[in-house]
Design a protein around this ligand. Structure first.
Ligand code: ARG
Length: 493
């Protein structure tokens, strides 16, 4: 048996069914590049610690570069995972006396955990960039729509007039918190398990800080048993993604409702729409529906991860292999959904007229009318609430006479006697004035909205710089690693 993993301890080979059941090769495509980085850093450190000779180091690195160039397709896919398959290819290329030394002081347990963290941190950084782009799109659209009236809803019933800008910034703020959460998760993902070996570390004098820094990690995971066992960083990251998807699905749901003939607030660009195979007139908001639907996929991944990790004894258990594909599925789905949502928002047509028209339906100005009674006629809010509630049972906007009649019934006094005028009533019932009056921080008044959007756009600039800084830190660490690899192979990486 030439299988470098099984040839010692095991005598029979797994059949096709068993290989299919146990192999992680298909999901391991996500960590092929990362595995080569981990192999490079480990090999360089082994040399620096005098655990392997310079000639071996140089031949291992040359072999790794060749494998990288050949790509994952060249590897033997009958091995149970990428790590052993890659090592086997290295041994083919460099001979066992050299290639067989690379795995000194290492286990696949610390290797795989390190690889997942390397790939996941890159995915998180890209996700954060895409989320910031989505925020920027929402904020830019909002800036164009600070005076675009729309009805605001509670219980999906017309509630109070607001602006489209106010609504879009609400979504952007939610996504902004998702970026914060992703940044937080990143700080715990970017820690290095390498050097923990199977779980009990190793008697080789490894320099864990060195591999940590060559791979661009912030710090090492201090306990070797925890380092190989934990997948809490996956749970945390996917839960960030679940939250993102929930936020996106809420927005998607609104886009779907807004695109209906009943609302007709927006029209998606044709690129984001589909049609019916039987009803030639149909234009369907399928991309939004899929964002809503794929939310279930990500929530499912999270549930799978949680159930997998529950009650696992320390340290490594093969169950953990089932965790990772769930995470990749979540990452791929979430990143896709963020990009598609951004595209939908950037290109959708806004039907400002229809929105403005509907902004007053259902007596949405009632609260402002009650507030005006409180301010101008000096009655308690609860009393004003009752008067306007009775008026709401009538048809159309109430006149001052109708207000006075109801007020006389309830408090035995007309409100015009207490200073309420027709102009005051008319102003309260005007949706534009309604919105303009809501000018405290966080409100929809156009001036306040403009200020709020500008503050956010500026903050977004800082967030983007932070993300770029994290990318640069990783790049410069890898540059050092690649410089050393070049020194021993003569090849640019
Ligand atoms: N494919 C494995 C995984 O994804 C790699 C680690 C295997 N370790 C082991 N002791 N069998 O978890």
């Amino acid at each position: 048996m030439s299988d470098i993993l099984r040839r010692g301890r095991l005598s029979s080979t797994p059949d096709e069914d068993m290989i299919k059941f146990t192999s992680s090769m298909s999901a391991d495509k996500w960590i092929f590049e990362a595995d080569i980085l981990v192999d490079m850093a480990h090999t360089v450190m082994l040399l620096e610690q005098n655990i392997i000779k310079e000639q071996d180091c140089s031949n291992i690195l040359k072999g790794l570069l060749k494998i990288r160039e050949e790509g994952i397709g060249k590897l033997d896919h009958t091995y149970e995972d990428i790590h052993i398959s890659l090592e086997s290819r290295l041994i083919d290329l460099a001979g066992e006396d050299t290639g067989g030394r690379m795995h000194s002081g290492r286990s696949r347990n610390d290797e795989v955990a390190t690889c997942i963290r390397i790939r996941l941190r890159d995915e998180l950084l890209s996700l954060m960039e895409e989320l910031s782009d989505l925020c920027k799109t929402l904020l830019t659209k909002a800036l164009d729509n600070t005076v675009t009236l729309m009805p605001g809803f509670t219980h999906l019933q017309h509630a109070q007039p607001t602006t489209f800008a106010h609504h879009l910034v609400a979504h952007s703020d939610a996504i902004g918190r998702d970026i914060e959460r992703a940044m937080d998760a990143f700080s715990r993902v970017n820690r290095c398990p390498l050097g923990s070996a199977a779980f009990a570390s190793t008697g080789f004098a490894l320099d864990r800080e060195r591999t940590c820094s060559l791979l661009g990690f912030d710090t090492i995971l201090g306990n070797s048993m925890d380092a190989v066992s934990t997948r809490d960083f996956l749970i945390e990251s996917v839960s960030v993604m679940s939250n993102i998807m929930i936020n996106l699905s809420k927005l998607a749901e609104e886009i779907i409702i807004w695109s209906s003939s009943e609302f007709s607030f927006v029209e998606l660009d044709d690129m984001y729409a589909s049609t019916s195979s039987i009803m030639p007139q149909k234009k369907n908001p399928d991309s939004a529906e899929l964002v809503r639907g794929k939310t279930g996929t990500v929530l499912g991944s999270q549930m799978a991860l949680l159930s997998l990790c529950k009650a696992l004894p320390l340290s490594y258990n093969r169950d953990l292999q089932e965790a990772t594909p769930n995470m990749w599925r979540a990452v791929e789905t979430t990143r896709g959904a963020v990009r598609i949502t951004k595209g939908m928002i950037a290109t959708m047509k806004i039907n400002a007229e229809s929105m403005a028209e509907k902004s007053v339906l259902g007596f949405t100005t009632a609260t402002e009318l009650a507030d005006t009674m409180v301010r101008e006629a000096d009655i308690p809010f609860r009393t004003a609430h009752q008067i306007v509630g009775v008026l709401a049972q009538g048809k159309g906007d109430p006149t001052l006479d109708e207000i006075d009649n109801v007020a006389s019934d309830i408090i035995g006094e007309s409100l015009s006697d207490r200073g309420l005028t027709e102009t005051m009533v008319a102003e309260a019932l005007d949706p534009i004035r309604n919105v303009s009056r809501r000018n405290i921080e966080g409100g929809p008044a156009p001036d306040e909205m403009e200020r709020a959007i500008k503050v956010r756009l500026k903050e977004l600039g800082t967030i983007k710089e932070n993300i770029a800084g994290l990318n640069r830190d990783i790049e410069s660490a890898l540059k050092v690693l690649f410089g050393i690899v070049k020194e021993y192979t003569g090849k640019d990486v």
